[in-house]
Write a protein that binds this ligand. Structure first.
Ligand SMILES: Nc1ncnc2c1ncn2[C@@H]1O[C@H](COP(=O)(O)OP(=O)(O)O)[C@@H](O)[C@H]1O
Ligand SMILES: [Mg+2]
Length: 545
């Protein structure tokens, strides 16, 4: 009866008696706080203080997951940086065991490096990054990734984060040891020096943390295996704490095309954001603001919106922010606009996804499909899926689902994710796969779903589950249905083949007896009987399977 729990900490025992109203004469209380007394406790909370207490929100809720999240943040950053700089990524990941509950994670890349002045802020300040204020498909988006890993390491071991970065082969590398001052959300430099480094360019991050290394479904091993699957251009070298080395070679020598940055679409903007944009815009007229800060707003459309809002196109954005933004907001949403451009999304692609899956696991049947791009709340996105069936995939248990968002594997919060919900919503029995209602399909099936978007709507900062927007759920269902149909056809064909083979072998068993029985009736010679038997066998062989 956890819902009946009393609110106060002292009342730990649950009593189901009715307590009479408090009586001042019997219950003497210390005098309550005044507004002045309360004011003395009221102060700002820094973002790092907040997240150091709520580390589960960032994916650091237990030592096992912490190790995964740390590696993930660093590898995702390395991939983003390499791709943005047009460098084919080659990444090294090393996990070293220090004690049973303490590990060192090291991630090293051949990316563009980080300039000296930025290193402290990137690793020692939460909510600092280059990706938050833009709409562009990338792995990181909140600017809270690697600094959170660094803060977790510091909180659990007291050790600073160790960084080496080099941006130019003709200049030395910079080495830093950095801590976060959580009260002020500011970096503290413990040590800095220029050093010789064998790499020409790139970044190396080492964080010691309280952690646990385990294999299996939600492990670092699995994250790296899936990362290689979704990034065929990545070369990855991985060393586990027990010294096992794995190389995932890249299967293509080309980077994916660079995703374009887009401006926000007016239909995805909330009123508060619109007001903030009106306040902060450098444009002096409403028309200039509308056409320059959004996509799909031409001069003609801007004028139309102004007319609907009963505002003049020459009005000053700042004054509108205060008084008339509500009208403007309504007018925007009632004006018909072209959908946002979708060339800003770069999927993995049907062909490469299929190839990766074939390389990754042994199955009897594979298929993949990429849907055309679509839009949710003004944000373009695109879904692709692949599946593998039979072969080495275990026959028992629910389907193994691999979820990806902007090529990043999602390994936690499976049941809270729109991808899982959509997989369950497809009726797999239509495709000859067993499924109980409201559950994942079962059988020797592996399903891969990738959501690519300029802004992935995660359910929380730990970026593990996709929020259930109708448009997204629908696209996932359609993609899976397409793959499902092809699987159904394959299973149907296999069933027919198996059925024909079964019939054939059944008939084959009787041919000898039939020939003998006929010989009995016709008094044919043994040679004639043999001839008849051969003839029947040839006919059976020739029959269509
Ligand atoms: N390995 C790296 N190479 C180059 N730049 C990096 C690297 N890691 C992080 N950065 C820079 O630091 C910023 C902050 O990273 P992070 O805290 O993970 O936030 P996010 O990835 O969400 O922007 C990134 O936006 C990027 O500009
Ligand atoms: Mg990041």
């Amino acid at each position: 009866m956890s819902t009946a729990q009393p609110a106060s900490d002292e009342n730990t025992q649950l009593e189901l008696v009715t307590v009479p109203p408090a009586d001042a004469s019997t219950h003497k209380r210390a005098s309550r706080a005044s507004a002045q007394a309360m004011a003395s406790h009221q102060r700002e909370i820094s973002v790092s203080e907040f997240f150091s207490r709520n580390r589960h929100l960032l994916g650091f809720d237990n030592p096992r997951r912490a190790l995964l999240t740390g590696v993930k943040e660093a590898v995702d950053n390395s991939l983003d940086a390499c791709e943005e700089a047009g460098i084919l990524p080659s990444i090294r990941v090393i996990i070293e065991r220090i004690t049973d509950d303490r590990y060192m994670m090291i991630v090293e890349d051949n990316g563009p490096g980080i300039i000296k002045q930025q290193i402290p802020n990137i690793f020692g300040k939460l909510l600092y990054g280059s990706k938050f204020h833009r709409l562009k498909m990338s792995r990181g988006q909140q600017g809270i990734g690697i600094s959170a890993a660094s803060m977790y390491g510091q909180l659990t071991t007291g050790k600073p984060t160790h960084i080496i970065s080099r941006t130019n082969p003709r200049r030395p590398a910079h080495q830093y040891e950095i801590q976060i001052n959580t009260t002020r959300n500011k970096p503290e430099i413990v040590n800095e020096e220029d050093i010789h480094w064998e790499r020409d360019r790139g970044t190396r991050v080492a964080i010691e943390m309280e952690a646990r290394y385990l294999r299996g479904r939600q492990s670092v091993d699995e994250y790296l295996r899936q990362t290689a699957l979704a990034n065929p251009h990545l070369q990855l070298h991985y060393t586990t704490p027990d010294g096992k080395e794995t190389l995932y070679p890249n299967s293509i020598d080309e980077l994916p095309p660079e995703p374009l940055e887009v401006k926000p679409h007016p239909h995805g903007i909330e009123l508060g954001i619109l007001m903030k944009m009106l306040q902060g815009t450098p444009h002096r007229t409403l028309q200039g603001f509308m056409t320059q800060e959004f996509c799909r707003v031409s001069v003609r459309v801007a004028k139309q919106i102004c007319e609907h809002a009963d505002l003049t196109p020459n009005a000053r954005p700042r004054s509108i922010a205060r008084e008339e933004s509500d009208r403007l907001f309504k007018a925007i949403n009632t004006t018909k606009l072209m959908k946002p451009p979708t060339d800003c999304i770069v999927p993995i692609g049907e062909g490469l996804l299929l190839q990766s899956l074939e390389k990754n696991l042994q199955a009897d049947f594979y298929t993949s499909t990429t849907r055309p791009p679509a839009v949710y709340r003004g944000n373009p996105f695109q879904i692709e899926a692949a599946l593998a069936f039979g072969g080495d995939i275990p026959d028992e248990g629910p389907t193994q689902l691999m979820r990806f968002a902007n090529r990043v594997p999602l390994q936690y919060q499976q049941s809270a994710c729109a991808i899982t919900k959509s997989l369950i919503d497809v009726d797999w029995r239509n495709y000859r796969v067993s499924q109980s209602s409201g559950a994942l399909p079962t059988g020797p099936l592996v399903v891969v779903v990738h959501l690519a978007s300029v802004w992935v709507p995660f359910t929380s900062e730990s970026k593990e589950a996709v929020a259930n927007y109708d448009e997204i759920a629908k696209e996932i269902r359609l993609t899976l249905q397409e793959c499902g149909r092809r699987l159904g056809e394959y299973i149907g064909r296999q069933k027919r083949v198996a059925e024909a083979a079964r019939k054939k072998s059944y008939i084959g068993q009787y041919i000898g007896h039939i020939a003998a029985a006929l010989q009995d009736l016709t008094n044919d010679s043994d040679a004639q009987r043999q001839q008849m038997e051969n003839q029947l066998r040839t006919m059976l062989e020739r029959s269509r399977s």
